[in-house]
Every structure is written in C-alpha cells, then in structure tokens.
Design a protein around this ligand. Structure first.
Ligand SMILES: [Zn+2]
Length: 270
C-alpha cells in the first residue's frame, strides 16, 4: 500500500536530481536515511529514488515511460514496499513482517526497495529488530528510512545508513513560483484564454523554474480539489492535476520547457 497523501512541500528540483543520480549510479547501498524538514515530501522523494532504482528504460532514470515506472507511478510496483506507522508507532511485529518480505525474492526486478515513513516512530525495540537487517542485508535489497530527525534514531542504525539531506523546493512556500501558480489557477478556473495563461507560465522559462512552478501549481490545484464543493469542480481539478503531472513527467524526461508548458495549457483548455 502506498502512503496516504499528506500536506507536504515538494522536494527541490536539485534534491530530486541528486536522488535520481544516486539511484542510477554504479554503487547502490543497502540502507539510506532520507532526512528533511517535517513539511518536506520525503515519501515522494523516496518514490523517485525507488522508481529510478527499478527503471528499465534506457538513458536517464527514472524514464517514466517503462512498465516498471508506470507501476511505481500507480503505487503498485511489486518490489516497492511501504511501511507506515500503525497508531502512534511502528511496532516490532511490523518490522518482522517487513523482514519476512525482504527474505523473499523480488517479484519483478532484481531487488526489493522498502520505504519506512516516519522512521523515528519505530520503538527502540523495533529499531533493534531492524538493526539485524541492516547488519546482514538480504540480497541487493534496499531499506530507506525517512525522518525529520535522524538524531532520534539509534546511533547503531545511523552508522549503518548512508544519509541524504533533502530540502524543500525554494519556491515551495513563498516566492515567484507560488505567485505564478496562484495567478495561473485563478485564471484557469475563471476560464482564462490561452494567451493569458501562456503569458503567466512564460516567466518560468528555465527548466528548474518550470519544475518548481509545476510543483507549486499542483499544490494549488490540490487545495482547489479539497475546497471543491461540487462534483464538476472536483472533476475539473483532478483533470488539471493530471495535466500538470504529465507536464512534469515530460520535463523530467527531457521535453523542451516551452513545449511541455504549452501542451499542458492546451490540454487543460480542451
Ligand atoms: Zn523507467
């Protein structure tokens, strides 16, 4: 099961690139700690990493085109395992179940990637249990611990993991991309014309700016989705989110910035 959606800020384009590079590099480690502020979307970042590890496409990973990437995008990749707290903590039984899964064979790829959200919620007993897996990794499997405070993990756990620090996108809380996204969403729902919308996105001409804009746009559209009173508005919001997602995947896949944004607007207006 995938993590449920929470209000979080997307990781910066730089963080996501770093993860993708790490995942497609020659040396993969068997355990990582991804640390970032409470509001930083660490599950999303871990998914990018897991997707890149499993990606079967040629060239830059994740390709977002291969079967493996498609499964990961739908949250149903057989070899990406999600672990999240039950109640207030992650108990020993949950770790034992995870270990059982890690001892089995991967179904569709070479390795299993296990993502533990809010790893600081592991009880000391759970952490000690997990330590066994970190000391004696099974096959090429990878365990990723997500946390907003790595200090709260046992030192023995930390010493066995490669630490990666994640930052939220610089424009995620304030700044140009949010202002642009607000402006864009307002005009979009008001039935703005193509030229109005394209003038707004024209400011985000650089790839990184465009990625940050699309992240901010998606957050705003999700706000609109939550606030939607009627079914029509909901459906419209969902459709716009899909369009924004598609543009972001296109950019990630190397699509020309102007072309990706232009296509997104045309699809939104169609
Ligand atoms: Zn792929």
């Amino acid at each position: 099961m995938r993590f449920s959606a929470r209000e979080m800020l997307p990781c910066s384009a730089a963080s996501r690139k770093r993860l993708a590079a790490l995942a497609s590099g020659e040396k993969l480690f068997h355990a990582y700690i991804f640390e970032g502020d409470r509001n930083t979307d660490k599950p999303g970042a871990a998914e990018v990493f897991a997707k890149a590890v499993h990606c079967a496409g040629p060239g830059e990973k994740p390709c977002d085109l291969c079967l493996s990437c498609a499964k990961a995008n739908h949250g149903n990749h057989e070899d990406i395992v999600y672990l999240t707290r039950e109640g207030n903590s992650i108990g020993v039984k949950q770790i034992e179940d995870l270990q059982m899964r890690l001892r089995g064979k991967p179904f569709a790829s070479e390795r299993i990637v296990a993502i533990v959200d809010e790893a600081e919620r592991m009880t000391p007993q759970s952490q000690n249990k997990l330590l066994k897996t970190l000391e004696e990794p099974c096959g090429g499997n990878i365990v990723i611990l997500l946390t907003s405070n790595a200090e709260s993990l046992l030192k023995t756990i930390r010493s066995r993991c490669v630490s990666v620090r994640l930052e939220a996108a610089p424009g995620a809380l304030s700044g140009a991309s949010v202002t642009l996204a607000d402006d864009f969403v307002e005009r979009l729902f008001a039935g703005g014309a193509y030229y109005e919308l394209s003038r707004i996105v024209g400011v985000a001409a650089e790839r990184d700016d465009a990625e940050d804009f699309l992240n901010a746009l998606e957050l705003r559209l999700r706000d609109a989705l939550v606030a939607a009173s009627g079914g029509a508005r909901r459906a419209e919001s969902l459709r716009f989110i899909d369009c924004a997602n598609e543009a972001r995947r296109g950019l990630g896949g190397g699509l020309n910035v102007r072309y990706a944004l232009k296509t997104m607007i045309l699809k939104m207006l169609s």
